[in-house]
Write a protein that binds this ligand. Structure first.
Ligand code: GLC
Length: 541
C-alpha cells in the first residue's frame, strides 16, 4: 500500500449494544446500527471500530468471548452483520472489529473442556501452574477487583493464568495450535469482508519467568506472523494494536513496518488533559519528542476518550496524583488506575475546552478516534459500576429512551443520561442537528475542513517554542501543504509572538472560516487569542 487508507482516516468507536435498538428489547443491534449509518457518514467518518460483537456472558462487556465465529444473539444474526458491512461499504465507510487474542471467557467450550479433562488437547490451550508464585513479576491490571493473576480451578486442581478478570483465562501461545486457531479467526472475519481489527491487549500473549510478562520477543514474533498472513491474503486490511505501554515499549509493535499498521498513542492521551489544566505546552511537547518516529506506512491512533477508564498507567506517580486531583474530584470517578468519565464532564462541560482539545487532537500526527456520543458532548453516570457509566445508550432525540429504543425504560441495558446538565432532552442528535452552533455541527465542519488537507495524516510536525508557554504552536508540513496551528491552553486572553520569518511573504489563511490574515514578515508574527481558543492557518504563498 503506497498511500494506505488508514493514514488519513477518522475513526468512530461504537457499541452495537449502545447505538440503536431495532427490535426494542432494550439492547442495540446491527439492524439499529445499520439504520444510523447515514448519521455516521454525515459526521465525516472513514472507519467504524466495533466493540466486541461475539457471543459472550458479558462479564467484561463482550471482551470475554464464548464463540469467535458468531454474532451475539442480542445484536442479531450473521446476516444482519453482513448487511451492516455492505451498507457501510456502500457509504465509503470501512469497518474494523475488536479481536481479543490474549484471553477468552471461562464459558468458552475450550476452557470448559480444559478444566473437565486435563488430558484433553484443550487443557494445553491455557496456562497452568501448581504454584501461584510463578511469574510473580507480572503486575495486576484490574487492581480494583483482582488480587492475583492466578485463579484456582477446583476441577483441574491447579491454578490458571489470567492477566485480566479471573473469568478470562489467558490462552497459551506457546501452543502452536492456539496460534493457528486465532489466525483462523482472523481469516474468517476478513473473509466476510471486515476491513481489519483493533487487537485487544496485545502485550500479554506470552509469559516468561523473571520478566514482567509484557512485550516479550515471542509475542512480537507471533504478531508478525499474523501480519504476514494478513498481508498475503488481505493486503488492504488494518491491524490496530491496543498496547498500553510507554513509548519505548510501544514502538516495537510497529516492527519495521511488518507488525501493526497502527497503534493507539496511550502516552499522548493523558498529557493533552494535563497540558490543558497546567495551561502549559510542556506535557504535549515533551511526550511527542520522546516518541521516536514510526515506519513510513504506519500511523498512530490518537484519542481523547474511549470505552475504558481514562487510563493513568503511562504517567509518573506525581502526574497521576495531579490528574486525579484535577479530573476526579469525587472518589466515585476513579476506577483501577484511571478515571471513568466521558469527555464533556471531564472538561466541566466547557464548550471552549471541548473544542480546544478536539482540535489539538485533529491537528497532531495520527488518525483521530472519536468515541460515540462525545461528538454531542454526552454526559456519563459514574454510579453504574465498572466502566458502564461511559457506555450508556446514544441520545437520538427527546422521545422515550432518547429515541434509542421503544422498550419499557426499565428494560434498557443501561439507563439514558438524566443528569440535569446532560439530560437527553437537551443533549441529543436531533436538537444538535437543528442548531447550527451545536457541538455536533461544529465537529462535522471541523472534520470536513480537516479532510481538505492530506498533511494531517502524513505531514511532519515541527514545534515552535514561543516565550508564552501557555501557547502550543506547531507547523504541519509536507511537499504541498504548510499549516500553522496555534492553541491557547489558558483560561485567559493571551498574546503570542511567533518567530516564523522563514515563511516571510506567506499569507496565513485560517482554515475554519477561510479568512486571510496579514502577511508574515521579518518581525515576529503577533497573535492574540481569546481563552481556550485556537487558529489553524494554511500558509499560502
Ligand atoms: C482491553 C479492553 C477492556 C477490557 C480488557 C480486558 O483493555 O479495552 O475494555 O476490559 O481489554 O479484556
Amino acid at each position: 500500500m503506497s498511500n494506505p487508507w488508514y493514514k488519513n482516516a477518522v475513526f468512530y468507536e461504537v457499541y452495537v449494544k449502545g447505538f440503536h435498538d431495532h427490535n426494542n428489547d432494550g439492547k442495540g443491534d446491527f439492524k439499529g446500527l445499520t439504520s444510523k449509518l447515514d448519521y455516521i457518514a454525515n459526521l465525516g467518518i472513514d472507519c467504524i471500530w466495533l466493540l466486541p460483537m461475539y457471543p459472550s456472558p458479558g462479564k467484561d462487556d463482550g471482551y470475554d468471548i464464548m464463540n469467535y465465529y458468531e454474532i451475539h444473539k442480542d445484536y442479531g444474526t450473521l446476516d444482519d452483520f453482513k448487511h451492516f458491512l455492505d451498507e457501510s461499504h456502500k457509504r465509503g465507510i470501512r469497518v474494523i472489529a475488536d479481536l481479543v487474542l490474549n484471553h477468552i471467557s471461562d464459558q468458552h467450550p475450550w476452557f470448559i473442556e480444559a478444566v473437565n479433562n486435563v488430558y484433553s488437547k484443550y487443557h494445553n490451550y491455557f496456562v497452568w501452574s501448581h504454584n501461584p508464585e510463578k511469574y510473580k513479576e507480572a503486575r495486576i491490571i484490574f487492581v480494583d477487583t483482582e488480587i492475583s493473576n492466578w485463579t484456582w480451578s477446583d476441577k483441574a486442581k491447579k491454578y490458571y493464568w489470567h492477566r485480566f478478570f479471573y473469568h478470562q483465562p489467558d490462552l497459551n501461545y506457546e501452543n502452536p495450535d492456539v496460534q493457528e486457531e486465532m489466525i483462523k479467526v482472523l481469516d474468517y472475519w476478513l473473509g466476510l469482508g471486515l476491513d481489519g481489527f483493533r487487537v485487544d491487549a496485545v502485550p500479554y500473549l506470552f509469559e516468561q519467568e523473571g520478566t514482567s510478562c509484557e512485550n516479550l520477543p515471542q509475542t512480537h514474533e507471533y504478531l508478525k506472523k499474523i501480519r504476514k498472513f494478513v498481508d498475503n491474503k488481505y493486503p488492504d486490511c488494518l491491524l490496530l494494536a491496543e498496547a498500553n505501554q510507554w513509548p519505548e515499549d510501544l514502538l516495537p509493535y510497529f516492527g519495521d513496518g511488518d507488525e501493526f499498521h497502527m497503534a493507539f498513542n496511550f502516552p499522548l492521551m493523558p498529557r493533552m488533559f494535563m497540558a490543558l489544566r497546567q495551561e502549559h505546552h510542556g506535557p504535549i511537547i515533551d511526550i511527542i519528542q520522546r516518541i521516536p518516529a514510526i515506519p513510513e506506512n504506519c500511523q498512530w491512533a490518537i484519542f481523547l476518550r474511549n470505552h475504558d477508564e481514562l487510563t493513568l498507567e503511562m504517567v509518573t506517580d506525581e502526574e497521576r496524583d495531579y490528574m486525579y486531583k484535577q479530573y476526579a474530584k469525587d472518589e466515585q470517578m476513579k476506577i483501577n488506575v484511571g478515571i471513568r468519565r466521558r469527555l464533556a464532564p471531564l472538561l466541566e462541560n466547557s464548550r471552549n475546552q471541548i473544542e480546544l482539545l478536539n482540535t489539538i487532537l485533529l491537528c497532531l500526527p495520527g488518525a483521530p478516534v472519536i468515541y460515540y456520543g462525545d461528538e454531542l458532548g454526552m454526559g456519563d453516570n459514574i454510579y453504574l459500576g465498572d466502566r458502564n457509566g461511559v457506555r450508556t445508550p446514544m441520545h437520538w432525540n427527546v422521545d422515550r429512551n432518547a429515541g434509542f429504543s421503544k422498550c419499557n425504560p426499565s428494560k434498557l441495558y443501561a439507563p439514558v443520561i438524566t443528569d440535569p446538565e446532560y439530560d437527553y432532552h437537551t443533549i441529543n442528535v436531533e436538537n444538535q442537528e437543528n442548531n447550527i452552533h451545536s457541538l455536533l455541527n461544529w465537529t462535522k465542519h471541523m472534520l470536513k475542513q480537516r479532510r481538505k488537507f492530506s498533511v494531517f495524516g502524513s505531514g511532519t510536525l515541527r514545534f515552535i517554542y514561543p516565550e508564552n508557554k501557555r501557547i502550543l504552536a506547531f507547523f504541519r508540513e509536507n511537499d504541498n501543504e504548510r499549516l500553522l496551528c496555534v492553541f491557547n491552553l489558558s483560561h485567559l486572553h493571551q498574546p503570542v509572538e511567533l518567530y516564523i520569518s522563514e515563511y516571510k511573504g506567506f499569507k496565513p489563511v485560517e482554515i475554519i472560516g477561510e479568512e486571510s490574515f496579514p502577511y508574515i514578515g521579518e518581525l515576529p508574527y503577533l497573535l492574540t487569542l481569546s481563552p481556550h481558543s485556537f487558529f489553524i492557518f494554511e500558509l499560502v504563498q
